[in-house]
Design a protein around this ligand. Structure first.
Ligand code: GUN
Length: 292
């Protein structure tokens, strides 16, 4: 069993991005600029946005954080997006999700210019991804493809089972793994909360990608011997084994599943660090496209 080290791989990719940014600067080109919009004080969103800003700084990408209180109206937020769309210096931006209930995520995502949509959430970019056209790929699924490819994990012709159908992870993940591409070309089955024979299907998985949002749901008896397991879940749960009184776990019961696997991603330090790497790559792409 080999643990897929997302921290190590993300550090490698970040170094490659930093080299590219510094090459752009040396050639007198514009430095990429990512803006992140944060509405409200959701602690997880605060942490994610802070990590994104920090990662930008580490690779030399310019970043701006725009914070608004949770009582901002949808109309005001749409105005913020219009300004970012028009701002020549901003190459790409994200609006951190989830948004407060009174704001329609659909309206907000639709308003972001597809050329600056480095999250890849705009319907145009989702459509381009499905058609296999060049676009901004969504961060987590693209980060997972990158991890599998950097570990030279054979995917062609394999049965990939994706558990979860969210717009952010499960749905794009199933599309990317089924593409006619070197690090894809899988037969994909997507499972979700209404799947009746989940265990029967997960047991067939050569590659099992779990993004269902239930702590330690996938048990050892649901995984085939020699499978590759990718755990997208991240949950903070109480623990009597740590000094802090809590610990981070994924959607997979790592302790019991890992011994059966050929490869497995840990939580933390697996998929998480790769998500930010994709965002940095997309920002670089947005900048180079605009100034090509
Ligand atoms: N919330 C959880 N994941 C993401 C993400 O990748 N992008 C944005 N904008 N919000 C998120």
């Amino acid at each position: 069993m080999e643990i897929i080290d997302g921290k190590k791989i993300s550090a490698q990719v970040k170094q490659e991005i930093a080299d590219e940014v510094s090459r752009m600067a040396n050639e007198g080109k514009k430095i990429p600029h990512l803006a992140a919009v944060l509405v409200g004080n959701d602690p997880a969103s605060e942490t994610y946005v802070a990590s994104k800003v920090k990662a930008c700084q580490a690779v030399g990408i310019k970043s701006s954080e725009l914070r608004y209180s949770s009582d901002i109206t949808e109309e005001q937020l749409l105005e913020v997006i219009d300004k970012l769309n028009a701002d020549e210096d901003v190459d790409g931006f994200i609006v951190q999700l989830p948004l407060p209930k009174h704001i329609s995520e659909e309206n907000v995502l639709n308003r972001i210019s597809p050329d600056k949509d480095v999250d890849g959430f705009h319907p145009c970019n989702v459509g381009r991804m499905v058609l296999g056209l060049p676009t901004f790929l969504p961060a987590t699924p693209a980060g997972i493809v990158e991890l599998l490819s950097r570990y030279n994990i054979e995917t062609e012709g394999k049965h990939c089972v994706v558990v979860g159908r969210s717009n952010i992870v499960g749905t794009p993940m199933s599309v990317l793994m089924s593409r006619k591409a070197k690090h894809a070309n899988c037969t994909v089955t997507m499972c979700h909360s209404r799947t009746q024979n989940l265990k029967e299907i997960t047991l067939q998985a050569d590659i099992l990608i779990v993004a269902m949002g239930v702590p330690r749901f996938i048990k050892a008896d649901m995984v085939k011997e020699g499978a590759v397991v990718v755990d997208v879940g991240i949950h903070r749960i109480p623990s009597d084994k740590t000094k802090s009184g809590w610990q981070l776990v994924g959607d997979v019961d790592f302790e019991h599943v890992a011994p059966k696997c050929a490869y497995i991603t840990p939580v933390p330090g697996g998929v998480g660090p790769m998500t930010i790497v994709t965002l940095l790559k997309n920002t670089l792409l947005a900048c180079s496209r605009k100034h090509a």
